[in-house]
Every structure is written in C-alpha cells, then in structure tokens.
Design a protein around this ligand. Structure first.
Ligand SMILES: N[C@@H]1[C@@H](O)[C@H](O)[C@@H](COP(=O)(O)O)O[C@@H]1O
Length: 245
C-alpha cells in the first residue's frame, strides 16, 4: 500500500486524476469503480475539467458504483445513483446507462446483490476503484464486524455512519436509511488498482488504523493492506494520527 500525504484536497484530486488519466490512456474502455461522499468530489471536478479540455474521455468507460441506500425512492437527491449522475456521469462524456449500481429498489434484495456481483464479474471487475473511508473505517458501506471475504450484500448502517451522513439529510439522523447494498470487501479487492481519498481530521483515526493497524474486521478498510496496488491519498489533517510519519 502506498501512502501519499498532500497539502490540499485539490492536490489529492490531481494525483488521483493522474492515475485515472494514465489508465484511460492505455485502456480507453476501462472499468471504473466510483465512490460517493464528499471526499471524491474534487476528483470528479478535476476529471470533468480534463474531459472538457480533451485530455481524457469516458466515452468507452463502464462504471460500477460501490453502494446504494435501501429505501430511498427513484430520483431522491441522496440516492447514490442520483449523486453519481449529477457529480460525474452527466458532466463527462460517459454514455447514459454505462454507470451501474446495485438495484436497491428491487423487491428481492438478495437477488439484486447476486445480480450485481454477477454483472461485475462479467465485466471483469474494476480496473480502478475509487474509494472514500467512513470515520468508522468502512469502505463502500462495509461496516465493522463484517467478514473480510464478503461479496455484494445488504448491510446495516452503524449509528456512527448514519450520524456522519445525517448532514446530507438536513441533519436528521432518522431520515438516513438504516440499510444499504454494498460491494463486499472481496468484490472491492478484485479491482486491479485501489485509490482511496481521505481528508479532514474526522478521518484521522480510520486512516491511522488503515495504514498502521492490524488487518481486522473492526476496521474494514485494513483489508486494503493485502492489495498490491493500493494508493492512499490523504491531507495532513487525515494523516495527523499516524505515528510513523
Ligand atoms: N458509502 C459512502 C462511502 O463510500 C464514503 O466513503 C463515506 C465517506 O463519506 P465522506 O467522503 O463524505 O466523508 O460515505 C458513505 O458512507
């Protein structure tokens, strides 16, 4: 795992965008794993700029989202499908319908999970997976305690995650869904490259565990230590609890 500490969110976005640009230059029809949350937003801005400038194209890219809330109706502004459409798909030259997510509106959620895993497998999984990290160490929505070899599944959001995400729901924790569908940790680990972005003090503990802790279900992101092409991009605040800087 490679850790890079950069001064600003913009510098982090540029570094992550460089990696994606290099991938799309060699493989224009790459499979890209996308993440929601505020951490990757500067990266999506940077990718939009580079696309507008003709430096890269998503015309042949297939995307797979990490996760989706269960219980939000189609078109809800906080659905991750909406988030990805607004913040990336519609801003670049990515074809409508080429960015996939798990069907959290399905009646049979187990079948929807199996279908999503099958679709990702059929696409050869991701060439590059973008990741954020929860303050409790989750990646995707793989909450602490879940098995490290999980595949796409329904997960239950922790109180901490719902509290963290309440800011997107008018500060009302009760408005935050309790369940989600997420790629499993083993699904995420199938990606040929992982790029995780973490900024701000609120991520410092999770980043310290990710980089310096034992691999453990208590801090799901630690599974990334077993990946041979994982890049962790953090700002000084997110790096502030690392002991061996
Ligand atoms: N499911 C998403 C994660 O994929 C994301 O990494 C996390 C952090 O979000 P933020 O970047 O806004 O802190 O939020 C949600 O829980």
């Amino acid at each position: 795992m490679e850790l890079v500490i950069l001064d600003t969110a913009e510098a982090i976005a540029e570094r992550a965008a460089d990696k994606i640009e290099a991938l799309l230059t060699t493989k224009p029809d790459a499979v890209l794993g996308t993440a929601t949350g505020s951490s990757p937003l500067p990266l999506y801005d940077e990718l939009t700029r580079r696309c507008a400038a003709g430096r890269l194209s998503f015309a042949q890219v297939t995307g797979f989202m990490l996760d989706e809330y269960v219980g939000l109706p189609a078109g809800h502004p906080e659905r991750y499908a909406t988030f990805m459409e607004v913040n990336l798909r519609s801003r670049v030259d990515m074809r409508p319908g080429s960015l996939h997510g798990p069907d959290a509106l399905a009646e049979d959620l187990q079948a929807a999970c199996a279908q999503y895993e099958e679709d990702m497998a059929a696409a050869g999984y991701c060439d590059l997976q973008i990741l954020g990290i929860g303050s409790d160490g989750h990646i995707g929505f793989n909450e602490p305690g879940g098995p490290l070899d999980s595949r796409t599944h329904v997960d239950v959001l922790t109180e901490q995650t719902r509290r963290d995400n309440a800011r997107f729901f008018g500060g009302d924790i009760d408005a935050v869904p309790t369940h989600c569908i997420t790629q499993g940790l083993a699904t995420i680990m199938e990606a040929r490259s992982l790029v995780l972005i973490a900024t701000g003090e609120g991520k410092a503990k999770a980043v310290a565990q990710l980089v310096e802790g034992e691999v453990s279900t208590d801090w799901p992101a630690t599974v990334m230590q077993r990946h041979d092409d994982a890049l962790v991009l953090v700002d000084p605040a997110a790096a502030s609890l690392l002991t061996s800087r």
